[in-house]
Design a protein around this ligand. Sequence first.
Ligand SMILES: [Zn+2]
Length: 70
Amino acid sequence: MSVHRNARCRGPYGGEGDQADGTDCSDPAVFEIVRYGLPPLPVCPVHLGPALLMASGVLWPPEIRLIGRV
Ligand SMILES: [Zn+2]
């Protein structure tokens, strides 16, 4: 287990707090999408693409970090 934290996917909408209803994925996050004015959004590989298009605050071009193993 070399993953430094057990982040769960918050995709594809990137809801936080009261907006977390859209996040029904419970897969481990593999990528982290950097966002403007918001915490980075952890996502699984399946939701990486949709989250880039639908989550709020995503930079363009997107900035993505690998945080887990594929
Ligand atoms: Zn996911």
